[in-house]
Design a binder for this molecule. Sequence first.
Ligand SMILES: C[S@@+](CC[C@H](N)C(=O)[O-])C[C@H]1O[C@@H](n2cnc3c(N)ncnc32)[C@H](O)[C@@H]1O
Length: 234
Amino acid sequence: MDSAVTSNVAQIDRWQKNRQKLFKAIPEEGKLIRYLDKQFLVYPNTFWPFTDSQPLVENFRIKRGDSVLDVGTGSGVIAVFACYRGAGKVLALDVNPAALKSAAHNAAAHGFADTMTVRQSDLFEAVGDERFDVITANLPFRNKEAPDVVARSQWDTDFRTNTRFFEQAAAHLKPGGRIYFAHSNFGAMDEVRRLAKANGFSVRAMASKAADAAETKKFYAFLIRPLASRAAAA
Ligand SMILES: C[S@@+](CC[C@H](N)C(=O)[O-])C[C@H]1O[C@@H](n2cnc3c(N)ncnc32)[C@H](O)[C@@H]1O
């Protein structure tokens, strides 16, 4: 966490707990959320699209026909934008079944049911040995115990999910592949950089956006690539 945030940890806690209550209180028929110039439906217990993913979806580069793996897809917002950018095939994963129902709905609602596949998976577990041109991820930002699957959208117990992501991602990238990764100033930015470097990746900040004037909630998109020597060995 940066210094603009450390004094506001209690406020971030309250804000995140309130959002978890909102996610749990979504009506059974779902709720439409406006995000950039589009609408996404979320069913109960789904993390809904927010500013946090916007630096990523506004700046990631997808070449026509690229294969994309979206890890922790939630409503499917990043996966759907990858389809709009011309991806040939998108596999969207989440550990939360409620999120998968939302993502499947949004894939069809945006006309990408044939391009985008939704699958339940704890990180890469259900991917097998398939490799992709691009991996996208907006994983829980904070190293904090998550008591249930909704909290798991924001908090990562012992930072295990983020740690495993960096340990395992290279095995799912094609040669020349790249990762677009979202994170926040109220998350564990230094730990993310450390994990990326420890697992043989370079890290470049691409863009940022704040959700409040005081910038206590600022979101970043990182471009993360295997260093050349590791890529050859992966
Ligand atoms: C911050 S939300 C992001 C959702 C969506 N990608 C977005 O940008 O709005 C994080 C998502 O990661 C999922 N998640 C958390 N841990 C996971 C894991 N180990 N494997 C797969 N998905 C996970 C959560 O269920 C949640 O949907």
